[in-house]
Design a protein around this ligand. Structure first.
Ligand SMILES: C[S@@+](CC[C@H](N)C(=O)[O-])C[C@H]1O[C@@H](n2cnc3c(N)ncnc32)[C@H](O)[C@@H]1O
Ligand code: SF4
Length: 408
């Protein structure tokens, strides 16, 4: 086996490609554009910035950009119904172009306001339990925070999820295998009867860790190319042997008779031509039960990455649809980028719960499972349960219900 260089990179920040570098450091505009950076994406930073903008508005009450920024912060920071109303008022007749998108979101919240929310339950949950990552994928849409729960806090969160009735849990990252307590969390969740899937980068798997992952219902491993140059276009990592490292992870699963593997391939303009070879490689591994091909989603990527990697839905379908029926004994799923546009929610490594909607800056903090109940978080006015029912990406093998149309 080739030696792997366990370099941990900071995954690309969602806004990295969109920063306005001409803004004065520390100005309101600069602090606002940096609000989703991992060490700032928390209620304390949002609240402090809210106060600053309120103060600035006392001097310029009609400034549309400031009003839009304040409305955005109010919606993103554990918004109460009163905060949603205030945001709506700040945006009334606001001609600042991005205000339109928030006006639409608020219209949706208001339309749902009279629907009782106490019925809201979730059975499937995605938890980005560790942020450290050996990759820096182009357009990674994971929102990151710097804080990390302790094992006992992770256990307490798992207890809350189990008590609520969660049956399926995906532990992802980053790379969850770079956080050693993850094995105890898996054990704890499975003793509650929860089916656990692990979404890992495929770079940190060893025979020993695989043995400890036996209780899993599903192990997700990536492969996005069969040649190093193609693989590196999306899932960047300095290791020249990245493709063989990813293949070795699949070999390990074959050798261990670990037949609950799901391969994730992100299809972009860089690798579409290699899809037949990727298919051959994926299907050569008997451990692979499912193969999910994601259309590359560029909403959080830099304009340069979009130019190089974006692939239209029609091209994606033309290149991949025949694969759906090509392997009758395996499950093949195509995941189109439009499915990512839904307002999903996830738990972060700090216990904070967020939605990640369609816009490049649209992560909304809903609460934190260290202090809030699952039920309180689900009652949040911004959650669109109908959209979520169509798109929560977390069903492990064997637990797919007929009404779940996007089981990834
Ligand atoms: C966000 S990741 C989390 C798990 C883990 N860090 C990983 O990447 O395998 C979940 C899946 O989404 C895919 N993904 C990440 N960024 C993407 C993008 N811009 N477009 C499509 N799929 C993407 C990843 O490749 C992975 O298969
Ligand atoms: S491996 Fe996953 S978390 Fe890490 S950068 Fe890639 S998509 Fe993001």
């Amino acid at each position: 086996m080739t030696a792997r260089t366990f370099v941990e990179l900071t995954p690309p920040h969602p806004l990295r490609g969109g920063y306005d570098r001409t803004l004065a450091a520390g100005s309101i505009d600069d602090s606002f554009q940096r609000r989703l950076e991992p060490d700032r994406f928390n209620p304390a930073y949002f609240t402090a910035l809210t106060h600053r903008i309120r103060k600035a508005l006392t001097k310029a009450p009609d400034a549309e950009r400031l009003r839009w920024q304040l409305a955005f912060l109010l919606l993103q920071n554990n918004a109460t119904p009163a905060a949603v109303e205030e945001a709506g008022n700040l945006l009334t007749a606001n001609a600042h172009p991005p205000a339109r998108r928030l006006q639409d979101l608020i219209a949706g919240i208001r339309a749902r306001a009279h629907t009782p929310q106490t019925w809201r339950r979730v059975t499937r949950v995605n938890w980005s339990i560790n942020n450290r990552c050996p990759m820096a994928c182009q357009g990674c849409y994971n929102p990151f925070v710097t804080e990390q729960v302790t094992l006992s806090q992770a256990m307490a969160i798992t207890d809350k999820l189990a008590a609520h009735g969660v049956t399926d849990l995906v532990l992802a990252g980053g790379d969850p295998l770079l956080w050693p307590p993850v094995f105890d969390v898996i054990h704890h969740a499975t003793t509650h009867g929860i089916k656990v899937a692990l979404d890992t980068t495929g770079y940190t798997l060893t025979a020993d860790t695989l043995e400890r992952l036996r209780p899993l219902a599903s192990l997700r491993l990536p492969l996005d190319g069969v040649t190093p140059a193609v693989q590196r276009e999306f899932r960047r990592n300095p290791d020249r042997n990245l493709v063989s490292a990813l293949k070795q992870s699949l070999d390990l699963c074959d050798a261990a008779d670990f037949d609950k593997v799901r391969v994730h391939t992100v299809a972009s303009a860089a690798n579409l031509h290699e899809l037949p070879d990727i298919a051959e490689e994926v299907m050569s591994h008997p451990s692979v039960a499912q193969w999910v091909i994601f259309q590359w989603w560029g909403r959080r990527a830099s304009p340069d990455a979009v130019r190089r990697l974006a692939v239209s839905t029609s091209h994606f379908r033309a290149a991949a649809t025949h694969l759906l029926t090509a392997y009758p004994d395996r499950e093949v799923i195509l995941a189109e980028a439009a499915d990512r546009e839904l307002l999903n929610w996830m738990i972060q490594s700090s216990g904070q719960v967020v939605t990640f909607a369609a816009g490049r800056e649209e992560e909304f903090i809903l609460g934190n499972l260290l202090t809030d109940s699952v039920e309180d978080i689900l009652a949040h006015p911004i959650l669109d349960f109908e959209a979520m029912a169509r798109g929560v990406p977390v069903t492990p093998i064997g637990s797919r219900r007929k009404d779940q149309t996007h089981p990834y």
